[in-house]
Design a protein around this ligand. Structure first.
Ligand code: FE2
Length: 434
């Protein structure tokens, strides 16, 4: 395959497989919306109701698409096999952004996952097993979307160099994204953030173009920049509401050459976006404003620690009433509590660093775990529940074992409650040095 063909097989700009028709049905089976395209591999369907369950069909060249038992990659057998994998062609629209929540709202957070399932899992790379559990959690808990905390796709490492498949070409995405999550991607949206392995910060190739294309971000964010709800190119900042009670804010924390290796949230245009996204609480009230990105403001290591230069962001979080923040980067789980905000590090969606972190004090750690996992988060009124779920081979979702900094085991979900916000204080000198 030529270089250009490797970049136009999947995603928004991919070559069409033929004339396609999408039909959407409500729960009674009535056709409620349809769309046609002769020129693209995607189309937008308009006229759907918020917070409503639908089923859909896709017909390409008069053939029903994605029907019947699928061929799935088996890392042990090193081949595609037919077992019981079938697509559930269904989805539920997000709640009306202008209306309050009427029941619990669940979502998934996963980070540092794109190592691929081509080869059998090892002790340190377990994307296949985590993806299987994620699939089950989405179904069992009616999770409505996936937030990623970055490092969506890694380059393969050979001879200590980042080489080969990097993520900047489509076929790098088959084993790392489209195959492991295929039964989730067809029914709930994935809302990514950008990690250092998705840019040239750490790898030779920049994957941003393919992240934008393969996750249809240009189309999804069309018009959002003008409305103050996104800031892109270069960079990936956006915000959206799931009811009038929840707003998610994606923050791009990567370093870029064009910005003299500064982190993108300091770039003037993006800073302007963030000022609006994290307006003082009274100006733009929303109960749960949830920032997510790759680099953690608080992290106990062992490899990565509190990210330097995030103090201005933390100030914005405080003034706008943020109560919970999600990041990745360190390949373990960590829960910190600082200045009235719960910080969750979830960076072991595939890669795992099992060594004990080494700076709990600076990171204000409450608990941690060196097991692979994703987070299942449920918001119900004034309460957010966070479960860190690991491999669940028997089908029942299993919370990973956590430990306090002093080594005591701790179990059960973590809870964040909306309470009057703690007063922000200046960081100490030791904190500021981080
Ligand atoms: Fe990272």
């Amino acid at each position: 395959m030529g270089a250009s063909a490797r970049c136009d097989s999947i995603g928004c700009t991919s070559k069409p497989y033929g004339p396609a028709r999408v039909e959407v049905h409500d729960e009674s089976g009535a056709l409620v919306a349809s769309a046609l395209t002769n020129t693209h591999n995607h189309c937008a369907v308009a006229g759907l109701q918020p917070n409503t369950r639908y089923t859909y069909t896709v017909t390409v060249k008069h053939e029903l698409w994605g029907a019947g038992v699928r061929w799935d990659w088996d890392p042990q057998l090193q081949g595609l096999v037919q077992r019981d994998g079938v697509y559930r062609h269904e989805f539920r629209t997000l709640p009306d952004p202008m209306q309050p929540l009427t029941g619990p709202f669940s979502f998934i957070v996963i980070g540092d996952f794109g190592v691929g399932v081509r080869k059998p899992s090892t002790e340190k790379k377990r994307q296949y097993e985590v993806a299987q559990a994620l699939d089950r959690a989405v179904t069992q808990y009616d999770a409505r979307l996936v937030l990623t905390t970055g490092d969506n796709i890694y380059a393969s490492k050979r001879f200590l160099l980042w080489t080969g498949d990097s993520g900047d070409e489509d076929d790098d995405w088959f084993f790392t994204y489209f195959q492991p999550y295929r039964y989730v991607l067809n029914r709930i949206p994935v809302c990514p953030s950008i990690g250092n392995h998705d840019t040239r910060e750490t790898e030779e190739h920049d994957d941003r173009e393919q992240v934008m294309d393969n996750m249809y971000l240009r189309e999804r964010l069309a018009g959002e920049e003008a409305a103050g709800r996104a800031s892109v190119s270069p960079g990936l900042f956006y915000r959206f509401r799931a009811s009038s009670d929840i707003e998610f804010v994606c923050i791009d924390t990567s370093k870029e050459d064009f910005f003299r290796r500064g982190r993108l949230y300091e770039y003037p245009k993006h800073r302007e976006f963030l000022e609006k996204a994290f307006a003082p609480k009274g100006e733009d009230p929303v109960r749960w404003r949830i920032p997510f990105g790759h680099h953690p403001p608080y992290c106990a290591g062992p490899l990565h620690h509190n990210t330097r230069g995030m103090e201005p962001l933390i100030e914005l979080f405080h003034r706008s009433g943020v109560r919970a923040h999600f990041s990745g980067h360190e390949h373990n789980f960590q829960h910190s509590y600082a200045g009235g905000i719960d910080y969750f590090v979830s960076g072991a969606g595939a890669k795992i660093r099992r060594m004990t972190p080494n700076d709990f004090e600076e990171a204000r750690t409450l608990s941690w775990s060196g097991e692979c996992h994703f987070l299942l988060v449920t918001i119900d009124g004034d309460e957010m529940t966070v479960r860190a779920i690991g491999e669940s081979p028997a089908g029942e979702l299993i919370d990973i074992p956590r430990r306090t900094p002093s080594g005591d085991p701790i179990t059960g979900p973590m809870t964040v409650r909306l309470v009057p916000h703690a007063t922000w204080r200046e960081p100490s000198r030791a904190e500021a040095k981080r």
